[in-house]
Design a protein around this ligand. Sequence first.
Ligand SMILES: Nc1ncnc2c1ncn2[C@@H]1O[C@H](COP(=O)(O)OP(=O)(O)OP(=O)(O)O)[C@@H](O)[C@H]1O
Length: 257
Amino acid sequence: MIAPKEQDVKIAVEGLDFFYGQKQALHNITMDIRENEVFAFIGPSGCGKTTFLRVLNRMNDLIPYTSVKGSVRIDGQDIYDPNVDVVQLRKAVGTVFQKPNPFPISIFDNVAYGPKANGLKNKQQLMEIVEDSLRQAALWDEVKDRLNESALGLSGGQQQRLCIARVMAVKPEIILMDEPTSALDPVATFKVEELITELKKNYTVVIVTHNMEQAARVSDKTAFFLDGVVIEADETNNIFTNPKQKETEDYISGKFG
Ligand SMILES: Nc1ncnc2c1ncn2[C@@H]1O[C@H](COP(=O)(O)OP(=O)(O)OP(=O)(O)O)[C@@H](O)[C@H]1O
């Protein structure tokens, strides 16, 4: 019998320590995230989930007094190498934030913003990218007749899918999502969760969530963080049904958090 092909490692983190000034927020994290997988980070407030997500596209560089030890490789390349072009890195590794943050311009211009900033002027090509990105974000049918209207007129759930389309438009390889549904109602949350499952066909998705049911629904792998340490990372099913560590079991059974 031929063994199924192992998915390629997309993000390889090794011995990662992270500091805000003197304060160490992440301790010796080693983790592989594979291509076309949805990887969820769970854990109580302040345990370092967002900090670690931001390590993956050097967003923490924007905060002074931070420092990193260890390595993060994407497709084998160390992203903390001084020669890395951070702007290119953040295009390849896009972020969707907790609160939808569309620009106060039209729906079309929101999605076209990145490609235009990269120098694309051809109207036909821009239109194709906008349509394609909105389709991938499962928003096209809802907005195709109002592309020139302000994005601020969309519902919260539509705005979040617009922000996902905006990330898609610059053709990333990895999408980081920091509690992407925490500001959304259950129907909008369901749509974004469906979308995440669809996105993994073409992208690697890393998601921070407070919602354990959400992690169980959308992710292939889950890492449980506690006080800046990854206590356990495994297939999501194992984490929720057969955790190896007592801390994980206590957390998922609601004993703390
Ligand atoms: N800009 C900052 N400066 C100093 N310390 C920070 C900063 N941001 C986060 N921290 C600290 O780093 C630790 C990890 O925070 P982080 O936001 O990564 O946790 P989290 O698990 O994402 O929390 P939450 O679930 O509440 O968003 C916390 O102790 C936090 O206070």
